[in-house]
Design a protein around this ligand. Structure first.
Ligand code: UT7
Length: 338
């Protein structure tokens, strides 16, 4: 622990869970709808297929499965959870979906709220939740990252529709008075560059009465300047990771895993190369899910925990980035059930 953290409690990741929809759409299937090919999508992005929520399952159900898995691994009873943060940009209800998940999993004593920071959402939520644990006001929290971008993609825009999928991932996090596995973090926002990736309200107005009008509550589909987002990611992710590693006097060679937001394999490879991290230490499941936004990091974490690649005390460098623009990085150690 650093000097500053000595009077604070530590944070431990003690459980993980994830859920993805049953419905699978391959690159070849997408090529039946838009002018694209499996070869183009695989070589430019690393994606082969994505899972999409259909009629048989809801967003809240997907989040609840991920959450229940995490608390089951942690060995918690749902009523012992004090806080649920659902990182999402695509709630079922603009007033929030976290409370619906709270009810579905029986976490009746938990306060629950949504947090929106697009693809950086999980990291922002983990760090936010950790503050309640550090200052001793809570002992057990559940952090979920989940998105259903399929509802907001223009399925006729080949430049964006090939990239995204739906999914949910969760971590159960608790405080500790003798260990701290959230070693450090850095979070950033830059709204001045936000126009290159938006899911914004349409600019349609209607009259209420006399000269007064209101903006209709409709949203456009996702609008993305892919090249700008790509350049942003390959510039900012290495910079923030570098800052974080230096701040904690950690050399990249001592990392056990690199777990980046799963948006494009070329971005992941570029960051790994920059830090001389061998392929064997780079976690990626992008090929099977595409970019699931706030879900990518916990979805990948859960997969690697369950197949026993990630072991207790492994040091993980993670970084999320996306709309906002927003980005961040954290150094964490996996703990596992206590
Ligand atoms: O969470 C953050 C979310 N977003 C991202 O991370 C996106 C980051 N950006 C990227 O991953 C890449 O920029 C893309 C994968 C979106 C695009 O790859 P690119 O290598 O930057 O391609 P490009 O936009 O420069 O397009 C190259 C060509 C263009 O054709 P012309 O103008 O050269 O004739 C595109 O029209 O590829 C064309 N193209 C496609 N062709 C087949 C664009 N999308 C497709 C497609 N299939 N799906």
């Amino acid at each position: 622990m650093t000097e500053k953290q000595k009077n604070q409690l530590g944070v431990l990741l003690v459980g993980s869970g994830s859920a993805t929809p049953m419905q699978k759409i391959t690159n070849d299937q997408l090529a039946l709808r838009v002018d694209t090919s499996d070869e183009w999508i695989r070589t430019r992005t690393g994606i082969s297929e994505r899972k999409i929520l259909g009629k048989d399952q809801s967003f809240v159900e997907m989040c609840s499965i991920a959450g229940l898995q995490a608390i089951s691994m942690a060995g918690w009873k749902p009523e012992t959870i004090e806080l649920i943060i659902l990182a999402t940009s695509t709630p079922d209800d603009l007033f929030g979906s976290a409370a619906k998940v709270q009810s579905a999993i029986g976490a009746k004593n938990a306060v629950a709220f949504d947090l929106t920071a697009a693809c950086s959402g999980f990291l922002f939520a983990l760090v936010t939740g950790a503050q309640y644990l550090r200052n001793g006001s809570m002992k057990r929290i559940l952090v979920i990252g989940a998105d259903q971008l399929s509802s907001w993609v223009d399925w006729d825009d080949r430049k964006s529709c090939v990239l995204f999928g739906d999914g949910a991932g969760a971590v159960a996090v608790e405080s500790s008075d003798n260990k701290d596995h959230l070693i450090g973090f850095k979070l950033r926002s830059d709204g001045s560059r936000g126009d290159c990736l938006t899911l914004g309200k349409t600019k349609e107005f209607q009259s209420i009465v006399q000269q007064n009008n209101f903006q209709i509550g409709n949203f456009d589909s996702i609008q993305m300047n892919g090249q700008e987002v790509y350049k942003f990611a390959v510039r900012e992710v290495p910079a923030i990771l570098d800052e974080l590693l230096k701040m904690h006097h950690i050399d990249s060679s001592s990392l056990d895993w690199l777990l980046l937001h799963q948006a494009n394999k070329r971005i992941i490879d570029a960051v790994a190369t920059r830090f001389k991290i061998p392929k064997s230490k780079v976690l990626s499941n992008l090929a099977f899910y595409g970019n699931t936004s706030a879900a990518t990091i916990p979805l990948m974490l859960d997969e690697a925990v369950r197949d026993k690649r990630i072991k207790s005390n492994d040091l993980i460098a993670t970084s999320g980035f996306g709309a906002g623009l927003s980005w961040g990085a954290a150094l964490i150690k996996w703990h596992g059930p206590i």
